[in-house]
Design a protein around this ligand. Structure first.
Ligand SMILES: *[C@@H]1O[C@H](CO)[C@@H](O)[C@H](O)[C@H]1NC(C)=O
Ligand SMILES: *[C@@H]1O[C@H](CO)[C@@H](O)[C@H](O)[C@H]1NC(C)=O
Length: 566
C-alpha cells in the first residue's frame, strides 16, 4: 500500500512537471535565486505575445524590456494585488526613477492572482510596438528586466531587481537531461567535388538501441563552413534496407522523403519541447536515413574533405510523449506541372484528417509544436491554412519569404491542436519567370514540392496526409481526351499571364484525390475539394481603455488622449 501510494505520488509529480500549457510553452527563471519565473508563448500570425510572471512575493511585481539592460528607455508593466484590489499599468522609464504611466495602455491584463506569498500576473501585448513608449519585440536576444517589492506600495525595489537576456521568439534553451549521449550522422571523408553546385546524398542507418530513447536536441556539425550551404535529413520507409553514397537524384534513392531535420547557413540547433522527444530504438523500427548536403563551391576548390552532418542528443529518461512527423500538402503525382514564366503560381495540397480513422485505430488529436515548410528552388511563400467545421480558423504556419537555401526550424510560439476532422491546406507560391520549360513535381531541386511537415505529439503510425488534383478531371477540364493529349497540350501551350491564370484556376477548382497513409504504407483514397485560403490580419493594437483593472489615473489619461482626438 505504501509503495503503491509512493508510486502514485511520483507519477503525479512527474505529470505536473511535464505538463505544458499549450499557450505558454516556454519558461525561464529570470533571477538566480529562482524567485521570478517567466512563462511565455506567442502567435506569429496574429502578432501577439502572452506572458505569465510568477514572483515569490505578495507585493508589487514589475517586468519589462530595456534597450541596454537598465531602466533608461525601458518599457515596463507593474501590477499586483493590494488591499484595494488588483492594479496593472503599462509604463515607461526615462531613467533611474519611478516609471511613468504610458498615455496609451497597450498591455492587456488577462489575470492577476496572489496566494501563498506568490503573485501571478498574466498579460498580453502586440509583438510590434503600438506607441513610442513601448519597445518592439524582435527575433534577436532582448534584455528583460524585472523588479518586485515586499508590499503593494510601488516604491524603490532596492536589490530585488535584475536583467536577463533572452530570445523570446526564437527560444532554444540548452537542456542537459541525465543519462544523455549523442551520435552523429554525417558525411565521412567525402571529397567535395570542384563543381560549383553539388548535392550529395548518403543513406545510412542510425545506431541501434535495444531500449527506446528520446532524441531531444539536433545540432549541426559543419566541418567546411565556407562550402556547406545547407543540409536535410530524411527518414526512409522500412523498405529501404541498403546504405548508399551517391550524388543526389542520380539513382532511385528517392523514396526517403520524410524530413526529420534541416539546417541552412545561419541556422542553429533545434531543441524539442520538454513534453516530447523523437523516439529511436526499442521497437520503433530500424530506419535508414538520407542525408542530403548541398555544397556550394564557387571558387572550385579541390581536395577539400568533408565530414558535415547532424548530431543527435538522446536520453533514456523518456519524456511524456513520443513526437511524430506528419507529411502534409501536395502528393507527388504524375502530370503535375508548374508553367514557365509565372510571376506567382499557386499550388495546393489538402490534408483531411477526417479520413485518418480509415487507416488507423484509435487516432488522436495532433498537438503540433513545429511546422517545417518545404518547397524547392522556385518556392517563394508557403502558408498552411487550418480549417474546422468548414471555416478557416487559423494559419498553422506561414513563411512569406521562403528561401530553400536558408532553412531553419524553430518551435511555434504555442502548441496548436489539429483536431480529428480538421483540414489543413498547404499553399505554395512559385516564381518561374526565369524558366523556359515546365517544372514538374519531383524530388530533384529543379523539380518542385509543396509540403508542410508537422512535428507533433503524441506520435501515431501515420506518415502522410496529402492530396493531388484528379488527373482525369484535370484532363477533362483542359479539354484533353487522354493522358498523352494532355501532356502534349501542356508541352505545346503558349504560357502567358492569361493561360497561366486559367490553368491555376482549373487546378484549384477540380476534384482532389485525398490520401491518408499510415506507416505500413496502407492508404485511403477519397475525393475532396480545395477550400479558399484567407490571410489572417494581425490583431489590432490593444487599447487599455477597455481594461477593467486599469488604475484610475491612467484611465483618465487614456480617456483624455482619446478625447483629444475627437
Ligand atoms: C520565497 O521567499 C521566501 C522569503 O524570501 C523564501 O524563504 C522562500 O524560500 C522562497 N521560495 C522560493 C520557492 O524561492
Ligand atoms: C578519415 O580521414 C582521417 C584523416 O585522414 C582518417 O584518420 C580516418 O581514418 C578516415 N576515416 C575513415 C572512416 O575512412
Amino acid at each position: 500500500m505504501v509503495t503503491l501510494s509512493l508510486v502514485l505520488l511520483l507519477f503525479s509529480v512527474q505529470w505536473s512537471w511535464a505538463q505544458e500549457d499549450p499557450l505558454l510553452p516556454f519558461s525561464e527563471h529570470l533571477d538566480p535565486e529562482l524567485n521570478v519565473r517567466l512563462r511565455w508563448g506567442f502567435d506569429e500570425i496574429q502578432g501577439t505575445i502572452m506572458f505569465e510572471l510568477t514572483v515569490n512575493t505578495s507585493g508589487w511585481v514589475g517586468f519589462g524590456f530595456s534597450p541596454k539592460g537598465g531602466m533608461t528607455g525601458a518599457d515596463i508593466v507593474i501590477g499586483g494585488v493590494g488591499p484595494k484590489g488588483s492594479y496593472f499599468t503599462d509604463r515607461h522609464a526615462g531613467g533611474n526613477s519611478m516609471p511613468v504611466v504610458d498615455q496609451q495602455q497597450n498591455y492587456k491584463l488577462l489575470s492577476l492572482t496572489e496566494s501563498n506569498g506568490k503573485t501571478v500576473m498574466k498579460f498580453q501585448r502586440s509583438i510590434d510596438s503600438c506607441d513610442k513608449d513601448d519597445l518592439y519585440i524582435t527575433n534577436l536576444p532582448m534584455k528583460l528586466i524585472y523588479a518586485y517589492g515586499q508590499t503593494d506600495d510601488v516604491t524603490y525595489h532596492s536589490t530585488r531587481r535584475g536583467t536577463k537576456e533572452l530570445n523570446l521568439l526564437k527560444y532554444m534553451p540548452r537542456v542537459n537531461p541525465p543519462n544523455s549521449n549523442f551520435f552523429d550522422m554525417t558525411m565521412v571523408n567525402f571529397t567535395i567535388p570542384t563543381n560549383q553546385t553539388h548535392y550529395h546524398c548518403k543513406i545510412m542507418k542510425a545506431p541501434a538501441f535495444d531500449v527506446k530513447q528520446h532524441i531531444y536536441r539536433i545540432e549541426p556539425v559543419i566541418t567546411n563552413v565556407d562550402l556547406v550551404h545547407h543540409l536535410l535529413l530524411y527518414r526512409c520507409p522500412l523498405s529501404v534496407t541498403e546504405p548508399l553514397d551517391v550524388e543526389c537524384y542520380t539513382t532511385v534513392a528517392g523514396e526517403c522523403m520524410e524530413v526529420v531535420a534541416v539546417w541552412g547557413i545561419g541556422g542553429g540547433a533545434f531543441e524539442f519541447p520538454e513534453a516530447a522527444g523523437l523516439p529511436i530504438g526499442g521497437n520503433v523500427g530500424d530506419f535508414y536515413y538520407r542525408l542530403e548536403v548541398h555544397y556550394n563551391n564557387p571558387n572550385e576548390s579541390a581536395g577539400r574533405v568533408d565530414n558535415s552532418g547532424l548530431r543527435f542528443y538522446y536520453t533514456s529518461e523518456l519524456r511524456q510523449h513520443d513526437a511524430g512527423i506528419l507529411m502534409t500538402g501536395l502528393a507527388l503525382a504524375p502530370g503535375y506541372a508548374i508553367p514557365p514564366k509565372a510571376k506567382s503560381f499557386l499550388t495546393y495540397g489538402l490534408c483531411d484528417t477526417s479520413y485518418i480513422p480509415q487507416v488507423l485505430e484509435k487516432p488522436q488529436d495532433l498537438q503540433v509544436f513545429t511546422v517545417m515548410l518545404h518547397t524547392h528552388l522556385a518556392g517563394q511563400k508557403v502558408r498552411v491554412g487550418h480549417f474546422r467545421g468548414g471555416k478557416q480558423i487559423d494559419l498553422l504556419a506561414a513563411d512569406e519569404n521562403y528561401n530553400f537555401e536558408f532553412q531553419e526550424v524553430t518551435n511555434l510560439g504555442k502548441t496548436k491542436t489539429v483536431k480529428l476532422g480538421d483540414k489543413l491546406l498547404v499553399e505554395c507560391t512559385y516564381n518561374t519567370e526565369n524558366r523556359d520549360t515546365l517544372t514538374w513535381g519531383g524530388l530533384s531541386t529543379s523539380d518542385e514540392m509543396c509540403l508542410a511537415f508537422l512535428v507533433y505529439y503524441p506520435a501515431m503510425n501515420l506518415s502522410g496526409c496529402l492530396s493531388f488534383p484528379d488527373s482525369t478531371a484535370l484532363g477533362y477540364a483542359m479539354g484533353a481526351t487522354d493522358i498523352n493529349s494532355f501532356l502534349n497540350m501542356m508541352f505545346t501551350k503558349t504560357w502567358n499571364d492569361t493561360s497561366i491564370n486559367q490553368y491555376q484556376q482549373t487546378l484549384k477548382k477540380i476534384d482532389q484525390v485525398v490520401i491518408v497513409m499510415n506507416s505500413f504504407n496502407n492508404a485511403s483514397y477519397n475525393k475532396g475539394t480545395l477550400p479558399d485560403l484567407k490571410v489572417i490580419p494581425p490583431a489590432p493594437c490593444m487599447n487599455g481603455c477597455v481594461t477593467k483593472h486599469l488604475a484610475l489615473l491612467s484611465l483618465l489619461l487614456c480617456l483624455a488622449v482619446h478625447w483629444a482626438f475627437f
